[in-house]
Design a protein around this ligand. Structure first.
Ligand code: N2P
Length: 352
């Protein structure tokens, strides 16, 4: 009897201990394969309290709030400020054996914003571009469309498309970088007065837009309710996958790239479990599943063999050489310009 009880206890204790384990994760909307979270919990016994955000500012606010967050997914251009404010902690690579699969080229790009790659490992990345519902947009425009950001930023052109529905991402760095790039300038090198003038141009476009939102457009594009969106690649490809005649275009003037990263905030109360989660996601097969479902490229050099060939060859998912030449990583805005950016964007997104 005694022996049986001991056996039961031995069997139960690890289960009880595991059941109590839980981590809090903050990720972008529509940016995971839900099955992966379930598999992680099944394989490790660690429950995931999963939260999503739709803007970089929302994540910054959550990280400033002091709430315990174990894993978060900031974009590369957010990293310098997070590191210097002590908001994220250095990773312990001895707990991340799967980091050997990471793409070295991507890591060297990231080292520009996270010296020696100490705080962050790449998760998914991608381009910003225009998602165009060609038949709808051509009908409203009255003919073939230029392969240009002018469709959005030239008020006369966007006025022609307003009736079939235009949306813009609620992403200040992306929006302002793209407008300034279209004007032959750069956000990082723009003085606050120039950023303010860019804001006036955006305000003038506002009546042509249905909304400024990074979540609503996913559904609307997939249902054919919009004809032109400033889009993150996966969200645009999802609409095509849903059967809409939507293509993803990196216009001739070029566009921006983002690299989103797994980090452990300073407020994490479970850093060991956070490392396990990050390491889990770096398994080539697991991250391949995330790419297949979200339609965003990943930062793992060994995952391609687990991604369907048709998907890998899908134009737009992994940009070809010619497109790559037109893409540049989102700039890091000097702190002293951030306030003007926020002010200008706040005004624009509200449309008043
Ligand atoms: C997907 C979110 C993309 C994140 N909906 C861009 N940083």
């Amino acid at each position: 009897m005694h022996r049986v009880l001991v056996a039961v206890f031995l069997g139960l204790t690890p289960w009880l201990a595991q059941a109590a384990d839980s981590i809090t994760v903050y990720n972008w909307n529509d940016y995971i394969a839900p099955q992966v979270l379930e598999d992680f919990t099944r394989d490790t016994g660690i429950a995931v309290d999963y939260h999503t955000f739709t803007t970089a500012e929302e994540l910054d606010k959550a990280l400033d709030s002091g709430d315990a967050i174990d894993v978060a997914v900031p974009s590369h251009n957010q990293l310098p400020a997070l590191i210097s404010a002590g908001r994220i902690r250095p990773l312990d690579f001895s707990q991340l054996p799967n980091s050997r699969h990471l793409d070295k080229q991507l890591l060297s790009k990231l080292a520009a914003v996270d010296p020696q790659n100490r705080h962050a490992v790449p998760y998914l990345w991608g381009a910003v571009g225009l998602a165009i519902n060609t038949p709808k947009a051509e009908a409203a425009y009255g003919g073939p469309l230029p392969d240009s950001w002018s469709l959005l930023f030239d008020p006369q052109q966007s006025a022609r498309l307003a009736s079939c529905g235009i949306s813009v991402l609620d992403a200040a760095d992306e929006g302002l970088s793209l407008l300034l790039n279209y004007q032959g300038r750069s956000l990082a090198r723009s003085a606050p007065s120039r950023i303010q003038r860019a804001g006036k141009i955006l305000d003038a476009l506002r009546p042509n837009l249905r909304y400024v939102d990074s979540e609503r457009y996913i559904d609307d594009l997939a249902k054919g309710n919009l004809c032109l969106s400033m889009a993150w690649v996966g969200d645009a490809l999802a609409a095509a996958q849903a059967g809409q005649p939507v293509r993803f275009v990196v216009p001739q003037e070029g566009s921006v790239l983002f690299i989103d990263n797994l980090v452990i905030p300073a407020t994490s109360s479970q850093p060991a479990l956070a490392h396990r989660f990050i390491d889990y996601l770096m398994q080539p097969k697991v991250i391949a599943q995330v790419t297949s479902e979200t339609l965003y490229p990943n930062g793992n050099a060994d995952s391609a063999q687990f991604i369907e060939a048709a998907l890998l060859e899908q134009p737009g998912l992994y940009p070809d050489q010619e497109t790559k030449r037109r893409l540049f990583p989102l700039d890091v805005l000097p702190e002293k310009h951030a306030e003007m950016r926020n002010q200008v964007w706040q005004h624009f997104r509200q449309g008043s």
